[in-house]
Write a new protein. Structure first.
Length: 730
């Protein structure tokens, strides 16, 4: 074979193709970058390299190779028939997501078999046409993602149907005798009784619940929950089981626990919270040593494995926090009364107790079942005020100065100032070890008694919030280490961990390219510590600048999602080798799982089944994501409702997102986000540059780019579809 060196034998396209075919077929399971291909095949000249790249592109187009990244390929071993997930889009650009994680493939509506979003399907690939994209045809729907849908009923003289926002190809027909009393305009939940087939293309269903008249706040919130398959009411049998659980604690139960009732203890929570699942106790042990107790509600004492309450909690897996309400994981009697660490009441806890010196170092710690009595219930704002009254300047990372002669001012001020100081030392150590510095602002609404939003604003995490966060992180880390960190040769017992993988290298590289345009430098290669340090510098340097939100958003996109698993890989974002969720069992099922296993192991029990707990971890991760989607939809609904009476108003905004169908803009004043549809950009024909998140006009070359300031006018507020439309004001 010719070597392609200067003075060596030249190779034509046919010879290069033959060499590449032999090379990839000889190592069918390997992925090769351009450089590796050139080195192995001795393609040393620039023309030969360019020819090889061209041939590999054609091979990928013809499905002989699979394109793994922008510059790497492997032999395509897939057949023409594959299984995966169907994704339905409102614009008709449906796609098939293969199980092997390869690129999505387009599915035309005529080839979809009326598959719904999320359905598991089997497809066959169509023969590739010259200059056409790859296409697939659904040949079988293996399983349906869901069989209940939420929408608005439309009842006519002869027929009724449900109009949904679920990207269904057809509306759902409802026989009149299956309406369950539903009327036109009612929001309802409908269960499918007949799917489309060769004989009938109709989708037929029956009403299982009438939520109420469209536009009513509670009805709309319940509709969001039902849309995601989340419960909006508690089963009576489970509530009745909770009512039987006594509030009183027996003397025998207290006898077997470590007693903290005489130690200064308090809870710190949002002002509207009712489920207090963590408390902190503080006492001086002299000589610069402090005992800090992180006390967590002992939910597993009351919720027995396999009970009706446990089965319902396991199914829900998490509490859901919509804008104006909480849908609790546990019945109200448990989460707000029996388990909640209410002030001046004896409560059962599971406690991580730390002896810490003045430098924030943990000298020793223990994990005990305990009984506590909280002295005070603080809201974050109250604690923040006490800290600031004693010289703490929020956001500086500096603790309060030494106490004046009369001592610190305020209720439990010495304890709060001490906790703040220790938390800041823990935080500093965490960042020094490579934790990622994300302080994301959260959008909040003030609502009136009818649920109507009257104010929209970003809530910023202050020192009081960070104080609680650091001690929860400390407890979660030490609990995880107590099980996962074993001597060499020993096998760790089963425990659900909270894991977080390293960032996606492609997305990290994209972040580097995007931020370079603003003059920032980001390291994407090297040690984990070096990359994280560079990432933190980027976030810090961009603070207060116009591109701050854009950079935070892009950095977050580069991060992987945290999830639960019994297979520990550590937590990248926190820079912890071992991490779990132990501190919120009232609102998260994995924490209850962790409590049960810790108790079992403390009593000398054997390791639990990894397979069983991994299934529970996967379910909890899925439900966490579903709850987050519902929360996001409730925010969208309130956002549109808040802006509904502001049609025609002009606002200063910035571009927060760009898609092929329009520009997302966030109003600077109230942080509400809407879209300028592409149809309203009528001054030019715009091309979408997906890689650089921008639209570029063909004739005038005007560019719309992420982060750009923009003046908008509120054009439409469609509460039904949760859509806010803007037009350009200038």
């Amino acid at each position: 074979m010719g070597k392609g060196k200067k003075g060596g034998k030249r190779m034509n396209k046919k010879q290069v193709t033959e060499a590449l075919v032999n090379f990839f077929q000889s190592q069918p399971n390997e992925t090769f970058t351009y450089k590796q291909v050139f080195k192995n095949l001795h393609f040393d000249t620039h023309p030969l390299k360019m020819l090889a790249i061209e041939v590999m592109d054609e091979m990928a187009w013809d499905d002989f190779l699979t394109k793994v990244s922008q510059s790497s390929y492997k032999l395509n071993l897939k057949g023409q028939v594959q299984e995966g997930v169907f994704r339905r889009k409102a614009n008709g650009k449906n796609s098939f997501i293969p199980d092997d994680g390869s690129q999505p493939v387009f599915v035309a509506e005529r080839n979809s078999m009326f598959a719904l979003d999320g359905d598991r399907v089997r497809v066959s690939y169509n023969a590739r046409r010259t200059n056409h994209i790859k296409e697939a045809m659904v040949t079988e729907i293996i399983s349906r993602a869901r069989d209940t849908f939420v929408g608005k009923l439309k009842v006519e003289r002869d027929i009724a149907f449900l109009v949904t926002d679920s990207n269904l190809a057809l509306d759902i027909l409802v026989p009149k005798k299956r309406l369950k009393g539903g009327k036109s305009g009612d929001k309802a939940v409908v269960k499918i009784t007949q799917w489309p087939s060769r004989e009938s293309k109709n989708i037929v269903g029956e009403v299982v619940d009438v939520l109420g008249q469209s536009g009513d706040n509670t009805v709309e919130m319940h509709a969001i929950l039902a849309q995601y398959g989340l419960p909006y009411k508690y089963p009576k049998s489970v509530e009745q089981a909770a009512e039987k659980i006594p509030l009183e604690i027996s003397p025998a139960e207290i006898e077997g626990r470590e007693d903290f009732r005489d130690v200064t203890t308090f809870t710190i929570d949002p002002k509207d919270a009712k489920d207090y699942d963590d408390a902190l106790s503080v006492r001086s042990k002299g000589k610069g040593l402090w005992e800090i107790g992180v006390h967590i509600a002992d939910v597993s004492h009351y919720v027995k494995e396999g009970s009706a309450i446990d089965k319902e909690a396991q199914k829900r897996a998490t509490s859901v926090y919509l804008v104006d309400r909480t849908i609790p994981m546990l019945p109200e009697r448990l989460c707000n009364f029996v388990c909640s660490l209410r002030p001046n009441e004896d409560k059962l806890c599971y406690s991580a107790v730390f002896d810490m010196d003045d430098t924030g170092k943990v000298v020793k710690w223990r994990l005990v079942h305990s009984v506590i009595r909280s002295n005070r219930r603080f809201a974050y704002e109250e604690v923040q005020q006490i800290l600031e009254d004693n010289g703490v300047v929020d956001g500086t990372g500096q603790p309060a100065p030494r106490a004046p002669k009369g001592g610190y001012k305020g209720e439990f001020a010495t304890e709060l100032v001490t906790l703040d100081k220790l938390a800041k030392l823990l935080r500093e150590e965490r960042f020094k070890n490579g934790a990622v510095k994300f302080d994301r602002e959260e959008l909040h609404f003030d609502v009136d008694e009818k649920g109507k939003p009257v104010r929209c604003y970003f809530k910023v995490s202050k020192d009081a919030n960070k104080l609680i966060e650091e001690f929860m992180l400390l407890a979660n880390r030490y609990v995880a280490e107590s099980i996962g960190k074993v001597k060499k040769g020993e096998k760790a017992k089963t425990l659900p961990y909270r894991i977080h993988d390293s960032p996606d290298p492609t997305k990290l590289e994209h972040l580097r390219e995007m931020t370079a345009k603003f003059g920032y430098r980001l390291k994407t290669a090297g040690t984990r510590s070096a990359i994280t340090k560079s990432l933190n510098s980027l976030i810090s340097e961009s603070m207060g600048r116009p591109e701050e939100n854009l950079i935070q958003a892009l950095a977050l996109r580069a991060m992987m999602k945290a999830r639960y698993s019994v297979h520990n890989i550590g937590h990248y974002g926190l820079a912890f080798d071992y991490y779990t969720h132990f501190t919120s069992p009232i609102r998260r099922y994995p924490d209850t799982m962790v409590h049960r296993l810790l108790t079992r192991y403390q009593q000398g029990g054997r390791s639990a089944s990894k397979e069983h707990y991994e299934e529970l971890c996967e379910h909890s991760s899925d439900m966490e994501q579903t709850a987050a989607n519902a929360e996001r939809d409730s925010i969208k609904y309130k956002m549109v409702e808040f802006m509904a009476d502001k049609i025609g108003n002009v606002y200063e905004a910035h571009i927060s997102g760009i898609q092929s169908y329009g520009i997302y803009c966030e109003i600077d004043e109230n942080h509400c986000e809407g879209m300028v549809p592409m149809r309203d950009l009528d001054d030019d024909y715009y091309d979408f540059d997906e890689r650089h998140y921008c639209l570029v006009g063909r004739r005038h070359h005007h560019k719309f780019q992420l982060g750009d300031p923009i003046t908008i006018k509120v054009a439409r507020a469609n509460i039904e579809k949760r859509q806010l439309d803007f037009t350009l004001a200038d």
